[in-house]
Write a protein that binds this ligand. Structure first.
Ligand code: FES
Length: 156
């Protein structure tokens, strides 16, 4: 069946096709250049250095958030006074988790996932525990580091 009238001309169609190809090409090129210039962009750090004073007055059974690269980090002071630090991102589909002091657990609202206060996945769809970090102190600094990462405290 032949269409008698077209809303766009052949020239308009080809121009749109050509323009779209150019935009796709330059977007890909720009993305590659940015990733080449900044290879760590978007990656998690090995450790972060924080001011100890920001965490020293934290009451038991409460949390304080911090920036873990570009994602949420959660510092927890448990009911018994012990401390832990977690990557505050759910292991199911990367939603942020929140600590529920009443339940003494972390909750992910995206799909009702639960983690205990040690970061262990205990209910819902999360397949793995939260990532737990090492906590170190150096003078007035608090260093939160990935497990197994060597931090030269003398340089901090
Ligand atoms: S993203 Fe957390 S339970 Fe699905």
């Amino acid at each position: 069946m032949k269409i008698k009238f077209s809303l766009i001309t052949r020239r308009q169609f080809l121009n749109t096709l050509f323009g779209s190809s150019l935009i796709a090409f330059f977007s890909g090129t720009l993305y590659s250049l940015v990733k080449f210039a900044f290879p760590t962009l978007g990656l998690d750090p090995d450790y972060v250095v924080l001011d100890k004073s920001d965490f020293s007055n934290l009451p038991n059974n409460s949390t304080q958030s911090f920036a873990w690269g570009e994602v949420l980090g959660i510092f927890l002071k448990r009911e018994d006074g012990s401390m832990a630090a977690f990557r505050g991102v759910c292991t199911h589909m990367d939603c942020n988790v929140a600590y529920r002091p009443k339940d003494k657990k972390f909750y992910c609202a995206c799909h009702q996932g639960w983690f205990d206060d040690h970061g262990i996945n205990i209910e819902g769809p999360p397949p793995r525990p939260l990532e737990v970090f090492e906590i170190m102190e150096a003078g007035d600094k608090l260093i939160i580091a990935r497990k197994g990462v060597e931090v030269d405290l003398a340089k901090i």
